[in-house]
Design a protein around this ligand. Structure first.
Ligand SMILES: Cc1cc2nc3c(=O)[nH]c(=O)nc-3n(C[C@H](O)[C@H](O)[C@H](O)COP(=O)(O)OP(=O)(O)OC[C@H]3O[C@@H](n4cnc5c(N)ncnc54)[C@H](O)[C@@H]3O)c2cc1C
Length: 400
């Protein structure tokens, strides 16, 4: 047996699982001989790129604080307010005495988190790719591009395209969102317009500077999601991160183009999409039907299912780490590794409650795709939407 606990993937879900194990079950970290009982296998080398807008909601910060970590150590931009729009009018969210969102770059954030894991005496092996996972009665065989490992249990934290799910649930249905992302310089920027009014509205980003924007204007065109525009920084230089998220809930066989609505939104502020590099990556989202474990193998983060409503997955990944560590710790105490009931314990946790609420809300607000409903939602029912968001979508990290 090479290791007791093998974590596949060193993103926020895998690293959070390791950190929660170290906090709550320190006896699982190292053997009496001093060797690490937990091993994280990561296919890339830190700091590794990860396509992500890097918006951290306050729940992520709460989970990290409970681990004794202060994310302000990572370079970041604080966003004072979040704006939910439908065609340039909508709902503004501010949080009293706090930023509303903190934006980090994932190469820096994940590298920082990995350092914290190493600081707890947990080994991380980089540049090793897992190829196959074979659970049996007594353990799990993990085949990689370099060596074969055997573990008592495996945590699949390998993201939306991960190998864990493919190995243990080869035929399970998948719910996957399409996401595109672009980085541009921040406002103000060069404008080709000669109109002074147009120029001045662009040069402060049309009042958007310092805000995070979510615009749901593509919904009536069968894109079940939004276009976003966040402030960010890259190596200290102020930038904007743009993108489009589509759950695919409204797509029939012919999926609508994502580039056009993104280009339209960028052009409103004077940016040309074709001037910038565009990147895409799927997000596997949570559905109550998703399977999450088999005996000796459980999944966390995108591998188990991220937020369907906004595709917000960092706080969710950190939350899965807390629930999975509890499950693993108890299974070692009982020496019983079936993980039967893991999914229902996820669903009953504060994490599961927010995931269920988001899944339900996504099915309502994207299914009712008509323009009149979106106007009603984002412009007329603002206090109700803000209250429901506060109650059902946010504030779960404290209860985890
Ligand atoms: C364009 C885009 C924008 C996003 N913006 C936001 C946002 O602003 N806020 C937010 O909260 N969420 C956002 N998300 C979602 C967020 O990025 C994910 O939900 C989050 O990264 C999930 O964390 P994870 O640890 O489960 O998976 P990942 O972060 O994907 O980590 C998985 C890790 O596993 C490793 N790995 C994969 N396969 C193997 C293998 N075979 N062997 C070894 N290692 C392996 C990978 O290298 C990676 O390090 C965005 C996603 C996308 C695509």
């Amino acid at each position: 047996m090479d290791r007791d606990i093998l974590i596949i993937g060193g993103g926020p879900a895998g690293l959070s699982t390791a950190l929660h194990l170290a906090r709550d079950f320190p006896n699982l970290v190292s053997s009496p001989q001093g060797t690490s009982r937990i091993l994280v296998l990561e296919k890339a080398r830190y700091p590794r790129p990860k396509l992500c807008a890097g918006g951290l909601v306050l729940d992520a910060e709460v989970i990290l604080q409970k681990l004794g970590l202060d994310v302000s150590e990572v370079p970041h931009v604080d966003v004072e307010d979040i704006h939910f729009d439908f065609r340039a009018k909508g709902l503004n969210i501010r949080i009293p005495n706090s930023h509303a969102l903190r934006v980090i770059r994932r190469d820096e954030f994940d590298n920082w988190l990995a350092e914290k894991v190493r600081g707890k005496g947990i080994e991380i092996r980089e540049e090793i790719t897992v190829k196959n996972i074979i659970p049996d009665q007594d353990g799990v065989i993990v085949e990689t591009d370099q060596a074969m490992f055997r573990a008592k249990i495996v945590v699949g934290a390998d993201g939306s395209n991960g190998v864990t799910r493919r190995c243990i649930f080869p035929n399970a249905p998948v719910h996957t969102a399409r996401v595109l992302e672009i980085l541009t310089p921040t406002y103000p920027h060069r404008s080709t317009s000669t109109s002074p009014i147009f120029r001045s509205s662009l040069e402060n980003g049309g009042g958007r500077e310092g805000r995070a924007y979510f615009d749901f204007f593509p919904v009536p065109n069968n894109i079940a999601g939004y276009v976003w525009d966040f402030p960010t920084q890259v190596k200290g230089a102020a930038m904007r991160c743009w993108g489009i998220y589509d759950t695919n809930m409204l797509a029939d066989e012919k999926r609508p183009q994502l580039k056009d609505p993104l280009a339209k939104e960028m052009s409103r502020i004077g940016f040309k999409l074709e001037d910038y590099e565009i990147k895409g990556h799927p997000i596997r989202w949570f559905s109550p039907q998703n399977q999450m474990s088999v005996p000796r193998v459980l999944m966390v983060g995108d591998a188990a299912g991220a937020d369907p409503l906004f595709g917000e997955g960092i706080s969710i990944a950190l939350g899965y780490g807390a629930v999975a560590a509890r499950e693993i710790g108890k299974s070692f105490q009982k020496n019983e590794f079936s993980f039967r009931g893991y999914k229902s314990r996820v669903i009953r946790s504060a994490l599961g409650q927010t995931l269920i609420a988001r899944w339900f809300i996504a099915h309502v607000i994207y299914a009712l795709k008509w323009k009149w409903f979106q106007i009603l939602l984002w412009r007329v029912m603002k206090p109700i939407v803000a209250f429901a968001g506060w109650l059902l979508v946010l504030n779960w990290g404290k209860r985890l």
